[in-house]
Write a protein of this length. Structure first.
Length: 126
């Protein structure tokens, strides 16, 4: 299985799905014109990950901002992670800037929606 690395742009987040280094993350701003097209390869990669011989995954979300279309795709991504958690140990870390109540609230909503381990992780600006 090949890694999937997408560089951050003005409208899309940095994506790292690196099975070699056991690193899984989405960071930055997510407001692509076509959120479904952007997130489909990520969700497909995760569906393939479910079939391989890997026992665990820690998936880090560190989104500064995401629009409504992205929120729908992040929900699909979360549900895919929930599906993976039926066969593998999956932990989700939802990082949020300590003063960003909107991103924190989004993480709290995902905690209610998804039946897998989600941790809210506050951080301070460097």
């Amino acid at each position: 299985m090949e890694n999937l690395i997408l560089n951050e742009t003005e409208d899309t987040p940095h994506v790292v799905l690196d099975i070699d280094n056991n690193e899984y993350a989405i960071e930055g701003r997510s407001l692509p014109e076509d959120a479904m097209s952007f997130y489909s390869p990520i969700i497909n990669w995760l569906k393939e990950f479910k079939t391989i011989d890997a026992s665990s995954m820690v998936f880090n979300f560190k989104l500064d901002y995401f629009n409504t279309a992205s929120a729908k795709q992040v929900s699909k991504l979360m549900l895919t992670l929930q599906d993976i958690s039926e066969k593998k140990d999956v932990k989700i870390k939802w990082h949020f800037f300590i003063e960003d109540t909107d991103i924190r609230a989004s993480g709290a909503r995902y905690m209610k929606l998804i039946k897998t381990d989600i941790e809210l992780v506050p951080y301070y600006d460097d």
